[in-house]
Design a binder for this molecule. Structure first.
Ligand code: 2HA
Ligand code: ZN
Length: 279
């Protein structure tokens, strides 16, 4: 059995947090990521018998009992994770009772999972119902998207359509759009519940004036999803910096054409029926 620190999971999570930091989306201890691992994956590296300690969680996660998560630690800086993975991340298993986790590896200075762990677990529950391949929940602070939450109405339709219109890749990468919740205090179960509720329909949920919660099958895919949202937000911001006057744009017909070309169904509440689409 190889040590868990040499597993691809630790390496990929450290690489991802490094990228999040370098992109400027996770200053100081901003951001948190959790990656679900299967029992076989844990077995191959860490083993599943040895529990280092138990950590209580403030949420009933019994629906996820027995599931394993590699998760970033509370108060930890993403820029350091690549150098100190065994200190700044931990591998945990949700207990049968659901009110605590078994620490299997990591957090070796007494650390604990992110303060947003209940919100992550609530979102994992909803995403797993949609698709059993979903493994990742990622929270970060993409600057241009956060800035848009000060200048646009906080409505899922407005954000989704505006982002779709900024770049043809957007509707291809997130045809369901982006969900928006009201501003709420972070680190609470209330924001977790609101986010998880939106995760029933969206893989990206905007926390106004703060950041995003995003979900995906892999770290790369989830990172790419946020990257695409933020690219569109950057283009929107740049347009405003150029005076904000739009002379031409990506039309609804163009959006329909993209969905047809890539065999996607856009959120029908945000893009009306395809009567204008090219046949
Ligand atoms: O983990 O970003 O919202 C720090 C945060 C909390
Ligand atoms: Zn945050």
């Amino acid at each position: 059995m190889t040590d868990f620190i040499d597993s691809p999971y630790v390496k990929n999570l450290a690489k991802t947090t490094e990228n999040l930091y370098r992109h400027g989306w996770d200053e100081r201890n901003g951001g948190n990521v959790s990656l679900r691992l299967t029992k076989d994956e844990v077995e191959a590296y860490a083993g599943t018998d040895k529990v280092l300690r138990q950590i209580t969680i403030k949420f009933d996660a019994s629906e996820l009992a027995g599931k394993y998560y590699l998760v970033t630690g509370t108060g930890r800086y993403f820029k350091n994770m690549i150098e100190y993975p065994e200190r700044d991340m931990g591998l945990v298993r949700i207990s049968e009772a659901g009110n605590s986790v078994d620490l299997m590896w990591g957090f070796n200075d007494g650390g604990e999972p992110t303060s947003e762990f209940p919100a992550h677990l609530m979102s994992h529950i909803e995403r797993l119902k949609k698709n059993p391949n979903q493994r990742v929940i990622m929270h970060c602070h993409p600057t241009n998207l956060v800035a848009m939450s000060f200048t646009l109405p906080l409505e899922s339709k407005v954000f989704s359509r505006t982002l779709w219109q900024m770049h043809p890749e957007s509707i291809v990468v997130f045809p369901e759009g982006v969900g928006v919740i009201p501003y709420m205090c972070p680190g609470t179960n209330e924001i977790g519940e609101k986010t998880a509720n939106k995760m029933q329909d969206y893989r990206v949920v905007l926390w106004p004036h703060h950041g995003v919660f995003a979900a995906g099958d892999s770290l790369d895919e989830t990172y790419g999803l946020v990257e695409t949202v933020e690219k569109s937000a950057l283009i929107y911001t740049t347009i405003q910096a150029q005076g904000g006057k739009i002379l031409q744009s990506i039309t609804d017909k163009d959006l329909h054409d993209l969905c047809k070309r890539f065999d996607l169904t856009p959120n029908p509440e945000f893009l009306s029926a395809a009567e204008t689409a090219t046949v």
